[in-house]
Ligand binder design. Structure first.
Ligand code: P6P
Length: 338
């Protein structure tokens, strides 16, 4: 019977290999583990307990209706992170501005950015949703409060990133720069077990994930790529299968395991795309690169983009390397034509 590694054992066994290993990142990952367990418990009751379903009646800075679980998940991760003095500040999709932690400013070497509950509009219909997190070293000096420059670093500066997917099973998938590992939660004992060691995304896949309801609002190049996915060509395993859940973490996770491409491009309604660079695209781009895939805005590597403000958006093409490169060929053609 192979030895099954728990998340706690994995953190201890690998903390010497974590960037700047002094145990801080290990303790920070343990905080995320705890917050994930708490949020998971509430999500699993969502169908039974009215007061945690539905809208709060407020909107976030993005102008999106905040679900009660959005606000709850944001609170849980914020408090779990605040209590650990490894973090000097945090930014969240659900918060207007970043938060500089009093306690962490004197000891914390890290900052954390999060989308506490991505896909939350799916909560009421029992579709998988997720938490996404991204970790950087602070730029501001120890002893001072975190400042905006700490949060506007390019994604290439991340030291760790990951997500929790609350689905048929709850998984924590993350990387600290030594590959991508997936841990599955066993609620009977309250432990995450290493179930998917060293995940690598296939260079090619048969799945494309995009909201085709926006087809007429896509650029010519994106429309041509969608049409390409539907053409019959046995040599390239086409037509591909269209799979779009409306929850990026769920679409990303399936494509990471099976191969595929997820696209949220610029549209007439969202000329910069819909997804947030800091909270969604950068952490997923870090993971996909660690897993051998590719993430671009259609032209440039996501990790090379220099953010200019906390909530900025970007188009996203992410997944199997050869599929993302093929999609970029169509966008390049539209450049030369236009
Ligand atoms: P649309 C959820 O709101 C999200 O940010 C992603 O998780 C998801 O893939 C996308 O938006 C869905 O957006 O416009 O297709 O409904």
């Amino acid at each position: 019977m192979p030895r099954i590694t728990t998340l706690g054992e994995y953190i201890v066994q690998n903390q010497q290999s974590f960037p700047y290993a002094k145990g801080e990142l290990s303790r920070l990952l343990s905080s995320i583990r705890l917050a994930a367990k708490i949020v998971n418990s509430e999500i699993n009751k969502a169908g039974l307990v009215d007061e945690i379903m539905g809208d709060v009646g407020t909107t976030n800075v993005q102008g999106e209706d905040q679900k009660k679980l959005d606000v709850y998940a944001n609170h849980i991760f914020k408090e779990a992170i605040r209590r650990r003095f490894e973090v000097c500040g945090m930014a969240s999709e659900e918060e207007d501005d970043f938060i500089a932690f009093d306690g962490g400013c004197k000891t914390g070497n890290y900052i954390l950015l999060t989308d506490p509950l991505d896909g939350s509009s799916n909560i009421d219909v029992n579709v998988s949703i997720g938490t996404i997190f991204s970790i950087y070293r602070r730029l501001s000096p120890i002893g001072e409060f975190a400042n905006i420059d700490d949060f506007l670093q390019p994604g290439s500066e991340q030291v760790a990133a990951g997500y929790v997917i609350y689905g048929s099973s709850t998984m924590l998938v993350f990387s600290t720069g030594q590959g991508v590992n997936g841990f599955t939660f066993d609620p009977s004992v309250g432990v995450f077990y290493l179930s998917h060691p060293d995940i690598k995304i296939p260079d090619n896949g048969k799945i494309y994930s995009i909201n085709e309801g926006n087809y007429r609002a896509f650029s010519e190049g994106v429309r041509q790529y969608v049409d390409y996915c539907k053409e019959s060509d046995s040599a390239t395993n086409r037509p591909y299968s269209g799979r779009y859940i409306g929850s990026m973490v769920a679409d990303f996770h399936r494509n990471l395991i099976k191969g595929g491409i997820y696209i949220y491009p610029a549209t007439k309604k969202n000329p910069k795309g819909k997804l947030r660079l800091l909270y969604e695209c950068n952490p997923m781009a870090y993971l996909i690169k660690e897993a051998g895939g590719l993430a671009t805005d259609g032209h440039r590597d996501i990790l090379d983009l220099k953010p200019s403000e906390l909530h900025e958006r970007t188009p996203l093409f992410i997944g199997s390397k050869n599929m993302v490169e093929k999609a970029m060929e169509f966008l390049k053609q539209e450049e030369t034509v236009s």
